[in-house]
Design a protein around this ligand. Structure first.
Ligand code: KG4
Ligand code: ZN
Length: 350
């Protein structure tokens, strides 16, 4: 049988030495520019968050996001060049996220990268944002496929069978809300502001997770997820039971919510690991920064003798370093780029 490694060796571009890729990430509300060598070594990773611009609306406003990307892109590019101490001529490939994401926002990063490729005479590579999240595990690390990956972000919640750098079939996904989206919506109901995930996570660490029994979403598919029931149950409890100044109950509700949400993620990950027999499990996406998820997966993996790979905190939420890594390991073909770009969202991504 021909192994995946020997197939990969037939594609030398995957292993071209010292390939420096400059990438843009602008799919949602982070404007980011990074330079990464050979998909792993980060020379610069500049992330300009737009959270302040969207906070007053309680979520990302697409029109505001595109305009902010236009305002921030040049400064982020300059900062990345300064940080890396490289010149544009040192860059071998320019890359950008082509989707999924907000169409007006994606156009800003994609057009910036294509323009730089054009003026320097270097190639352009398009990247699928989800491949970027998976590739965040390759940054400053030696991790190689195959592994099982739990991808948990504001827009997605899925389990991927990462067989090779460019072969990662979907095992299961959320049937309704993404887990990050659920955190953001519950945080809004609890009056914790935007973005809700990190604040809710912090508050949950101070509460009693056994106080409220909240549902762990059930699905027919063994590796699928469902979070809308948990979201509605938490919102109903908040409206019916929470008194305005009861900080203890608020923390307990946050902890109970986090317990149910993380249970759902860990249970499906365990089921997929048992079914596929992988000995390495990786996590990706903004919710990979969640303290309870990291802890519970670490405990389980230690108990079972499995390797757990968690991206560095800086590479969990949207950033261009992961896009530069994916541009090295799993760039989109032109046909795939057309496909991914034609399915853009025009609504807020969370
Ligand atoms: O990957 P990401 O930056 O953007 C998307 O591609 O969607 O993920 C952002 C999401 C948001 O929903 C945010 O609330 C969530 O990740 N998040 C967290 C935490 N940090 C960020 N959710 C739970 N716990 C956290 N510590
Ligand atoms: Zn993302």
């Amino acid at each position: 049988m021909v192994s995946q490694k020997s197939i990969d060796l037939c594609r030398p571009w995957l292993y071209a030495s010292s390939m420096k890729i400059l990438a843009f990430e602008s799919s949602c509300d982070e404007t980011s520019v990074a330079i990464v060598e050979d998909g792993r070594r980060v020379f610069a990773n500049v992330v300009r968050s737009q959270a302040e611009n969207h906070r007053q609306y309680g979520g990302v406003v697409p029109e505001v996001a595109s305009r902010q990307h236009l305002i921030l892109a040049n400064e982020a590019l300059q900062a990345a060049m300064d940080e890396s101490q490289l010149d544009l001529q040192d860059i071998d490939v320019f890359a950008a996220t082509l989707g999924p994401g907000l169409v007006g926002s994606l156009l800003v990063g994609a057009q910036a990268a294509k323009t730089l490729a054009f003026i320097t005479g270097k190639p352009f590579r398009g990247v699928n944002h989800l491949h970027g999240h998976i590739a965040s595990n390759y940054l400053e690390s030696t991790l190689e496929p195959p592994f099982l990956c739990l991808l948990v972000s504001g827009g997605h919640c899925q389990l991927m069978d990462v067989q090779a750098y460019d072969t990662m079939p979907l095992l299961g996904q959320t049937l309704d809300d993404a887990v990050g989206e659920t955190y953001d919506k519950v945080a809004r109901v609890l009056g914790l502001g935007y973005p809700g995930g990190p604040v809710l996570d912090q508050l949950a660490q101070t509460g009693d997770a056994t106080r409220y029994a909240l549902p762990v979403g059930k699905t027919q598919g063994r590796f699928d997820f469902s979070f809308s029931g948990l979201k509605t149950a938490t919102a109903r409890l908040a409206q019916n039971e929470l008194k305005a100044d009861d900080q203890t109950a608020l923390a307990d509700l946050a902890a109970s919510f986090q317990h149910a949400a993380v249970q759902a993620l860990v249970q499906r990950t365990q089921a997929a690991q048992q079914a596929l027999g992988y000995t390495t499990v990786a996590v990706a996406g903004g919710v990979a920064a969640n303290s309870a998820l990291r802890q519970q997966l670490a405990d389980w993996c230690t108990e079972q003798g499995l390797q757990l790979h968690l991206p560095h905190m800086a590479f969990c939420t949207d950033n261009a370093a992961m896009i530069a890594s994916a541009a090295f390991f799993s760039p989109l073909t032109e046909a795939m780029a057309d496909e991914v770009f034609s399915r853009q969202k025009t609504v807020p991504c969370r």
